[in-house]
Design a protein around this ligand. Structure first.
Ligand code: HEM
Length: 492
């Protein structure tokens, strides 16, 4: 039976509390409150062309060096709500690290995501994740992006998903039954979920059966974790031994690993994503080169991992906090029983779909979408010159009182007829993005988290560590519960 080691638990808790960040440094709360009241000197992004009738985007630079990082990293969507209410939908943040226009509200999101005039490129993501995820699908643009997307799409058709679900279920059932610790308030759901989604990826993405190739899988998973964290580095240059440099080294290891695996898998007929990418072709017979597959695999691992972890963690929390929803979802799971799951059976878990949507509405895994203008353009009557970074914020739109009734209340019924609050605006609800770059792994991710939840609900009752417990979220990257999210698993 799995147990928790007390020294390891205490060490982990100490690390969580003592690792300095904008969220736990003494005095940061006070500073944040003062900053919210400070009026910084206004500046404009650029003077609109004479006679254009456009308005300039205005804003400020915030603190020297830090810009508005403290308010943003501590407040996340709350800070954006404050900006939206006090300054409107377009705000220029002249930060020395990443000057950008925040484009808030669903109208701005619609224009940016749908990108009708091809004004916005994906190069806005490059300063954040470019060196670690170069030539991943999300970082490609226009015709080249469409070319790659059409080939990759073949790896996500329903007949392929059937195979992935079978493999996911195998790993999930094993880990939840054998590795997760019951009846212990020290069990931290978030790191356990992160490990689980890595185990799933090792099998479904890379074709390693659970328990095999342990040393290699551990090395690759470690490199992968370092790579995904590197984008948050404060010192953003490849100087040893800092995070950015470690990210570049880890990327090198991943490239070598995948290059070797591609050579092996080209000759095989496996059902894992890597093998499938080696064989997929579009309708005209175009295929990926070895180098393309390496780049796509590294990006896919990142795109799938923290997003699914975050979604499954918030869902489990909401089920523990709302026992009536937990019972409702368990009733549907009980009807499926303990046999192997497939896409059809998962589709019957309709209450779980509602909980999933409500969970990622309230805590949206991908809070923002980064773009860069490729020419001078106009957004909501404002002038944006070429090469402006523009950031849309679905994480804020999911909380706007104009779109959602009692937005901060957990109320999954809002997604059902006749309320259909998510249809009040085309971009009221866009946790998977929209337009040409809409998440290609949306169904894959939904099936993965539903399989996790189904197995959990069949085995355990989920309880909060204490009545009224609420996690605090760190919004530096994807939302992370700062305390690791203790959840008590009571065997049924
Ligand atoms: C369940 C959680 C997930 C969420 C919330 C999520 C969210 C998103 C969002 C918001 C985007 C668009 C970003 C943008 O427009 O800039 C995106 C793109 C993408 N996602 Fe996901 N994702 C999830 C799971 C997955 C999974 C499981 C995979 C792969 C198996 C995946 C692969 C991708 C890829 C490749 C792109 C880029 C698509 C393109 O540029 O054409 N995602 N995701």
């Amino acid at each position: 039976m799995a147990t928790i080691s007390t020294p390891a638990y205490l060490l982990d808790q100490a690390k969580r509390r003592l690792t300095p960040s904008f969220n736990n440094f003494p005095g940061m709360g006070l500073l944040e409150r003062r900053l919210l009241k400070t009026e910084f000197p206004q500046r404009i992004l650029a003077e609109p062309p004479a006679g254009s009738g456009l308005k300039p985007v205005t804003g400020d630079a915030g603190l020297p060096i830090l810009g508005h990082m403290i308010e943003m990293l501590r407040g996340g969507p709350d800070y954006l709500m404050f900006l939206y209410e006090t300054q409107g939908p377009l705000i220029f943040g002249d930060s020395p690290v990443l000057p950008a226009v925040a484009a808030l509200g669903p109208d701005a999101a619609q224009i940016i995501y749908s990108n009708r005039n091809k004004d916005y490129s994906q190069q806005g993501w490059v300063p954040v994740i470019g060196p670690f995820f170069r030539r991943g699908l999300m970082l490609l643009d226009f015709d080249e992006h469409m070319f790659h997307r059409r080939i990759m799409q073949e790896a996500f058709v329903r007949s392929r998903l059937v195979g992935y679900v079978e493999q996911m279920d195998k790993v999930i059932s094993q880990v939840i039954a054998n590795d997760w610790v019951a009846n212990d308030a020290r069990f931290l759901l978030y790191p356990a979920m992160k490990e689980l989604t890595l185990d799933i990826a090792s099998m479904v993405f890379m074709g390693h059966e659970p328990g095999t190739d342990h040393e290699l899988v551990t090395k690759v998973n470690k490199a992968f974790t370092i790579t995904t964290r590197a984008g948050n580095a404060i010192i953003r240059t490849g100087v040893p031994p800092f995070t950015w440099w470690r990210g570049l080294k880890a990327r090198e290891l991943l490239e070598n690993y995948f290059a070797e695996r591609v050579k092996e898998q080209r000759a095989k007929e496996g059902d894992d994503l890597l093998s499938v990418l080696c064989r997929t072709e579009d309708e005209d017979g175009n295929r990926f080169s070895d180098e393309d597959i390496v780049n796509h695999m590294i990006f896919l691992m990142m795109a799938a991992h923290d997003t699914s972890t975050s979604t499954a963690t918030t869902m489990a929390y909401n089920l523990a906090a709302h026992p009536e929803w937990q019972e409702r979802c368990r009733d549907e799971s009980d009807r499926l029983g303990d046999g192997p799951v497939d896409i059809e059976s998962l589709e019957k878990l309709e209450s779980l779909d509602l909980v999933l949507n409500e969970s990622i509405r309230l805590v949206t895994p991908v809070q923002w979408a980064m773009r860069r203008t490729v020419r001078d353009t106009e957004l909501l009557g404002h002038y944006l010159p070429k090469d402006t970074n523009v950031i849309a914020y679905p994480g804020l739109n999911h909380r706007l009182p104009a779109l959602w009734t009692d937005p901060m209340k957990f109320d999954p019924e809002r997604f059902t007829e006749p309320r259909n609050e998510h249809k009040r605006h085309r971009y009221a609800f866009s946790p998977f993005g929209g337009g040409p770059h809409k998440c290609i792994g949306m169904v894959f991710g939904q099936l993965e988290v539903k399989t996790i939840m189904h197995r959990l609900l069949r085995r355990y009752r989920l309880e909060l560590p204490k009545p009224g417990y609420q996690p605090r979220w760190d919004y530096a990257g994807m939302p992370i519960p700062m305390d690791g999210m203790p959840i008590v698993l009571r065997p049924l």
